[in-house]
Design a protein around this ligand. Structure first.
Ligand code: GDP
Ligand code: GDP
Length: 455
């Protein structure tokens, strides 16, 4: 009866929000000022603060979700790199290389009014070597007269140049059609791995927290199996590792194994790598270096995993270094800095001594179970009914907004849609989330709650 007043369509629409599998990844690369950020803004179709960002400020956010002709994909923006130290050529190449590695397809942007430069040619070489599908964007073709400039770019040997004005939108539709043709339906790394394959784990954390040490420890000497399917032309990207009697796919490990010694853009690369790994994974294991204070960077990395909707485990590494005093302060820091993710299972490990390595797998399994939890609609509504009766929403402007009905629209992570008679305040939403967790578990998983208000 609580459903009365809602169009069936509306409920279905809500359920349609489910299905949040890994999306294919598109990288947009090219020299500075060719219009990459402008194009990314166009592709994602909203004004995220891509172009507004100040130069030299490292951005955390490097991937954006986009949709064209009903298909969703991720766009990796490479506009945030600092160019000064390495020199333009080297840094453009390095940036493009990392972005290409992380992508399923690439849009290579060239400024058609300038024509192909040596730097462009250098990127073309990288693109050839990587062997990923490329769509050539001849940008700044603002009008008919620019078409001839675009045609000159056939000389790059990358096939048809798509004349585009990222600024005005001209030609972007045709280019996006070509992008959809180039993009696989799902990220390459998950092919053949959708049903019953190994679970995908991203091992992430800021530099020097011990990622490669931990990877080496869990992989051991000879238990590493190179995954030929997922290997790129140069590096095996993912590794299959047997742990706790099961095979797990540690994604994007090439970035962990290869030490990056770039000064300029190292942070940027680190966040790009993290974003790419998180994108491909089902569960993120975030390493924290307990010998140092928990930093803003640690929090950003956790936020990336949470915002991507991945299951989450926190591994407090270098436990062997702790004395009693540090340990005391660490617990306080965890409480104050990481209180919002108190739902994530925690393991205190040492990649050096091997301490508690055996606890890693149970923690990962707990998080994945939480991530996949589905609450039947009947149980959910019985719970919501009791909750609302016992703790009604505060009265606002003489009215009392009520949650009338709810449904779980999806899993991985759990998504709920609540239907309400008025605006539900943020604090009350948080309260509902807390109670949902108390009632149904959801250990190790973010949960999404959206509220639809009946007009
Ligand atoms: P990025 O460094 O490659 O990310 O380049 P931006 O997106 O920041 O663009 C560099 C400059 O080129 C900006 O001033 C943009 O307004 C301009 N620009 C980008 N796309 C176009 C276009 O299609 N036509 C014209 N005329 N200018 C453009
Ligand atoms: P990554 O940059 O996250 O891959 O970190 P590394 O695995 O390269 O580790 C950075 C440094 O921390 C190295 O000197 C490691 O030997 C050290 N380290 C890693 N794990 C531990 C640990 O559990 N205990 C101690 N004491 N040192 C560690």
């Amino acid at each position: 009866a609580a459903q009365e007043g809602f169009e069936a369509e509306e409920v279905e629409g809500a359920i349609g929000e489910a299905g949040h599998g890994p999306l294919p990844v598109l990288a947009v690369v090219g020299r500075p000022n060719v219009g990459k950020s402008t194009l990314v803004n166009r592709i994602i179709g909203r004004r995220e603060a891509v172009v507004e960002d100040k130069p030299g400020v490292t951005r955390d956010r490097v991937t954006y979700e986009a949709e064209w002709a009903g298909r969703r994909f991720k766009v990796v923006d490479t506009g945030g790199w600092e160019q000064d130290v390495l020199g333009i050529d080297a840094s453009v190449a390095a940036q493009a290389e990392y972005a290409i590695e992380a992508a399923d397809a690439v849009v290579f942007v060239v400024d058609a009014t300038v024509g192909a430069t040596d730097t462009d040619e250098a990127v073309v070489k990288l693109l050839r070597r990587a062997g990923k599908p490329v769509v050539l964007c001849a940008n700044k073709v603002d009008g008919q007269s620019g078409e001839a400039d675009a045609a000159m770019l056939w000389s790059l040997g990358l096939g048809e140049p798509h004349p585009v004005s990222a600024l005005h939108g001209r030609g972007t539709g045709d280019m996006l059609d070509a992008v959809l043709e180039a993009l696989p339906d799902a990220p390459a790394q998950t092919f053949g791995n959708t049903v019953g394959g190994p679970r995908r784990v991203a091992l992430i954390g800021r530099p020097n927290v011990g990622k490669s040490s931990l990877l080496n420890k869990v992989a051991g000497e000879d238990r590493v199996v190179v995954d030929a399917l997922a290997g790129t032309t140069r590096d095996p990207v993912d590794e299959l590792i047997e742990l706790g009697g099961k095979v797990w796919k540690f994604v994007d490990t090439a970035g962990i194994r290869r030490r990056v010694h770039l000064q300029a853009g190292a942070d940027y690369y680190a966040s790009l790598r993290t974003a790419a790994a998180v994108e491909k994974a089902e569960v993120a294991v975030v390493l924290i270096d307990t010998s140092e204070s928990i930093s803003v960077q640690d929090q950003r990395i956790i936020t990336m995993a949470v915002e991507a909707g991945r299951a989450l485990v926190i591994a407090y590494n270098k436990w062997d270094t702790l004395d009693e005093e540090r340990r005391y302060y660490l617990e306080r820091e965890i409480e104050t800095e990481l209180g919002q993710i108190a739902w994530a299972p925690r393991v205190n490990v040492s990649a050096r001594t091997g301490r508690h390595m055996e606890k890693l797998v149970p923690a990962i399994e707990t998080a994945l179970a939480g991530w996949e939890t589905r609450v039947p609609t009947g149980r959910l509504n019985a719970f919501l009914g009791e909750l609302v009766a016992a703790h009604p929403h505060p009265i606002r402007g003489g009215k009392q907004p009520r949650i009338l009905f709810g449904t779980q629209a999806g899993t991985k992570p759990p998504r709920f849609v609540l239907f309400a008679s008025g605006f539900i305040e943020h604090g009350y939403r948080r309260f509902v989330e807390r109670r949902l967790r108390e009632e149904f578990g959801f250990e190790g998983t973010p949960i999404h709650i959206s509220v639809r208000v009946r007009e």
